[in-house]
Unconditional design. Structure first.
Ligand code: ADP
Ligand code: MG
Length: 311
């Protein structure tokens, strides 16, 4: 029974690479596609594409799970507190492992602050809302500040040096580097007790390197591949993946760019939870859940203080 696309009959390494690059990274994605579509997107001959789609559909048929199994899978998901009870409640208890959570919003809405806070909080013991784990921080904009980690650690009464020692920071210099780093993580997460991977920001390099609508398809394809990579990482290693995405105040000005037009939902076709952030008065911020299947729609207010994210 094939578990991923490389195990489908007729899919060798080169074909697998083409499929993944075109966004067909899972058996599910292939099973719901048409052979024509796959042939066109990947350059694989139509006949081969037909065989691959057939075997993907066959493989899926045996993938029934009982509702109880689904429940057990859900129960095995673990959560990291954000530091705000209200925000945790909105998220159904906190940031989940085995899942991508996207924070999107304008500049200064607190996306980076939340990423810093989670990198600290993941280290807390389980009864304090943490996972006793370490964090990886992929910084694409150069906005990571160890000084802020120090403040947040003090705010929780933790030893700042110990906390900083458990956060692995790396600056991603371009989109290619960003994706190569995540590839590397598949080896790293095996050995170390990493429970959180932050990508702040997911989209900035991709936007800069593929500007305008004429580059949109290429950009989306790469972003899709990156997201699938992150999704696998989350599922295989039981880590929480948190990504940020800066969007413009007036998406209507940027129509033609679907990621802006739909409110910046680049993760729209990947599983995950999307949280929109908005500024409110002073240090208050508003968080709103955008179409999460298992969470009620709603919004809440939290604060960014000297000591980090709070109610
Ligand atoms: P973005 O969404 O662009 O990533 P940030 O997460 O960088 O936004 O949020 C920046 C905001 O966080 C600042 O405008 C400020 O309100 C707040 N902030 C940053 N550092 C501190 C601090 N040391 N004390 C209090 N608030 C802070
Ligand atoms: Mg930021």
């Amino acid at each position: 029974k094939p578990k991923d696309i490389t195990e489908l009959p007729g899919v060798g390494p080169t074909t697998a690479e083409k499929l993944v690059e075109s966004g067909y990274a899972t058996i599910e994605a292939i099973a719901v596609a048409t052979p024509q579509e796959i042939a066109q997107a990947t350059g694989i001959p139509l006949q081969t594409a037909q065989k691959i789609v057939d075997s993907a559909r066959q493989a899926l048929e045996i993938h029934f799970k009982t509702a109880l199994e689904l429940k057990k899978e859900r129960m095995s998901v673990r959560k990291i507190t954000t530091g705000s009870k209200a925000l945790d409640d909105l998220l159904g208890g906190g940031i989940e492992t085995k899942q991508i959570t996207e924070f999107f919003g304008e500049f200064g809405t607190g996306k980076t602050q939340i990423c810093h806070q989670l990198s600290v909080n993941v280290q807390l013991p389980e009864d304090k809302g943490g996972l006793n784990g370490k964090a990886v921080y992929i910084d694409t904009e150069g906005t990571f500040r160890w000084e802020r980690i120090e403040q947040m650690a003090r705010g929780l009464g933790l030893d700042p040096d110990k906390v900083m020692d458990n956060i692995y920071w790396i600056r991603a210099i371009n989109s290619h580097h960003q994706m190569a780093i995540v590839d590397q993580l598949f080896d790293m997460l095996d050995k170390d007790n990493i429970r959180l991977v932050v990508v702040d920001s997911l989209t900035s390099h991709f936007r800069a390197e593929f500007p305008g609508r004429e580059n949109l398809a290429a950009r989306q394809q790469l972003l899709n591949r990156h997201l699938h990579q992150l999704m696998r990482l989350a599922e295989v290693y039981d880590v929480a993946v948190v990504v940020t995405n800066q969007v413009m105040a007036r998406p209507d000005v940027f129509y033609g760019d679907p990621t802006a037009a739909v409110g910046g939902n680049v993760v729209a076709h990947a599983p995950g939870i999307r949280v929109q952030l908005k500024k409110s008065r002073n240090n208050k911020r508003i968080a709103r859940i955008v179409d999460a299947p298992h969470l009620p729609e709603g919004e809440t207010v939290f604060a960014i203080t000297e000591y980090g994210v709070r109610d």
